[in-house]
Write a protein of this length. Structure first.
Lengths: 239, 326
């Protein structure tokens, strides 16, 4: 555990030594703010929820999470530190977990920085505010972010090129989000369509975002997370 | 003790390392020599448990490196080729990170990092980021990092490649200093390096070990063909000189290398180095002025060329080697 935190700490600090963290945070907050104020038509509706903000997360994560993860492995391969890292007395699982925690930590920081939005809602809402869905939304957002990070980290582990890692990560996450939408799932026979919706990152997020934290959704995210982290470990073990 | 037995590694249809076995005893400084692509790096990557061999065994200080890689890694310091480092980290940060991952903490870590800064001469750059360092300093940071946990074994892949002559000297001195209490395996394709720092040379070619021994031993062995003398005389006629030197005691063959004005260059091969005396006497008897008489020592380079290029030798061999690499 100590070793995991050590790797995580170094990776997390490195984010703030380069513009990555700042660009990520600014872009993410801008996208989220835009979704909250304009997508949700906040100024006219004075809605008592953050649904529009949460609803947009699967799509804004699509731009920013791959950017946070792309260098994690690809750069190690490119500059050769891959070799020194993997000859440290650590297991591959420890290193993968360390890197995951660092990237997930940054996503969590970004989510935490959206706190003014629920405060605004609390102060300005036209009706009384139900904080249940808001808390549920944040929990769901963390799960969603964790799944995206795992996917994009895996994408980074199989290439030397950060650009390839970005595109591949975004593509995988986009695919997993999109298959649940009506426009994709709807064109298949209902059995397949339902299966696609079951596998979709977005469908499960919509449940949580409604304020219902169902164990099935939690289980789904944990499965996606574990699956891609295991793929990541396998990719690193293959060298 | 490092014990390697019948190690083999292939990449697709290329055999990188072909069934090699060797042992390295405590305190030895072994130079792994070979042309590019001979299998040096692959061998080192297997020793450091970065790569798994297709077959064969590796034992590091009594631990099976394939079954207990973590235990093996704890005892090894490894500096890959071109000293890969995290550019964004500061020098101290980088050392501290490695020390932490290596399980050093608190006061012990601080003391050890300070020692490394001192030992590797990093005092002047502790406030800098690694991205700002010269290649020589990067190499030093790499070295410092690889020994921060005080490993018994140090594996260095081409530690002086890409450095200027002064930096090469410094790094070699550093390796010698650090190596006083460690067992070191370093790879190189620079012969002087082996002669300068190694107590033993392993020459690898096409994935096989083709020679193993003390550098001077290897040279002597290959010199069994005899001692070569280079001589320059003035006032001799070509034919007469060849004949006279050929008849000299102990001389096996004489070749005229060239003629410049009244100077005649010859190469004579004799049974031993005492033949120099006889060559001198012959010149005196014939009343030739002996301008130069030099015993040419076979160098490790000659040995290397002989072993890695079959029967080609000398300048031709070097040219062929270059073509090979091109």
């Amino acid at each position: 555990m100590n070793a995991v935190l050590c790797v995580a700490g170094k990776e997390f600090k490195t984010y703030f030594k380069t513009p990555v963290a700042y660009v990520f945070l600014v872009v993410f907050l801008a996208l989220t703010g835009w979704a909250f104020f304009f997508l949700g038509n906040f100024f006219e509706q004075r809605a008592a929820t953050l649904r529009d903000m949460f609803g947009f997360l699967p799509w804004s994560f699509l731009f920013v999470v791959p950017a946070v993860c792309m260098k994690m492995w690809a750069e190690e391969r490119k500059i050769g530190t891959f070799e020194t890292l993997l000859t440290m007395p650590l297991s591959e699982v420890q290193i993968v977990l360390g890197k995951f925690l660092a990237a997930f930590g940054l996503v969590a920081v970004a989510l935490a920085l959206t706190f003014p939005l629920p405060v605004i809602v609390g102060m300005t809402a036209a009706s009384s505010v139900d904080f249940g869905p808001i808390v549920g939304g944040y929990i769901g957002a963390l799960f969603l972010g964790a799944a995206y990070v795992a996917i994009c980290l895996f994408a980074s582990a199989i290439t030397e090129s950060q650009i390839v890692a970005f595109i591949l990560g975004a593509f995988l996450a986009f695919g997993l989000a999109l298959i649940g939408s009506q426009s994709v799932a709807g064109i298949f026979p209902s059995a397949i369509g339902e299966l696609l919706q079951l596998l979709s990152l977005q469908t499960h997020f919509m449940n949580i975002e409604r304020g219902v934290v169902d164990s099935r959704d939690v289980l789904y995210y944990l499965s996606v997370l574990t699956f891609f982290l295991m793929l990541n470990v396998a990719a690193v073990k293959r060298r | 003790m490092i014990r390697v037995s019948r190690l083999r590694k292939t990449f697709g249809s290329t055999v990188a390392v072909n069934d090699i076995s060797f042992e390295v005893k405590e305190g030895e400084v072994v130079g792994l020599l070979g042309p590019n692509g001979a299998g040096k790096s692959t061998t080192m990557r297997m020793l450091t448990t970065f790569l798994d061999p297709d077959s064969g065994g590796i034992e590091i200080a009594g631990y099976d490196a394939l079954d207990q890689p973590i235990e093996a890694r704890r005892r090894i310091g490894y500096l890959p080729e071109s000293a890969p480092l995290y550019e964004e980290l500061g020098v101290l940060e980088s050392l501290n990170y490695t020390a932490k991952i290596r399980g050093l903490d608190g006061a012990a870590r601080k003391r050890r990092v300070d020692e490394m800064v001192e030992a590797c001469g990093l005092g002047a750059v502790t406030h800098k980021d690694i991205g700002q360092l010269s290649k020589g300093y990067r190499q030093r940071v790499g070295l410092a990092q690889s020994i921060v946990h005080d490993p018994a074994f140090l594996i260095l892949d081409e530690p002086t490649t890409g450095l200027d002559p002064n930096q090469i000297k410094e790094i070699r001195a550093l390796i010698t200093k650090l190596g006083a209490k460690k067992t070191i395996i370093l790879s190189t394709h620079i012969m002087q390096e082996v002669q300068a720092v190694c107590s033993r040379a392993l020459i690898i070619n096409k994935g096989n070990i083709v020679a193993d021994g003390r550098p001077d031993q290897l040279v002597t062995q290959s010199a069994k063909t005899g001692c070569r003398f280079s001589l320059t005389v003035r006032g001799a006629v070509r034919e007469r000189a060849t004949a006279a030197f050929s008849k000299t005691d102990g001389v096996r063959s004489v070749v005229v290398e060239g003629e410049v004005g009244d100077l005649l260059h010859l190469t004579a091969v004799g049974a031993n180095d005492g033949v120099a005396d006889e060559l001198f006497r012959t010149a005196v008897r014939e009343q030739w002025v002996l301008r130069e008489l030099r015993l040419e020592r076979a160098s490790l380079e000659d040995v290397f060329s002989q072993l890695t290029l079959g029967n080609a030798t000398g300048a031709g061999a070097k040219a062929a080697n270059k073509e090979d690499q091109a």
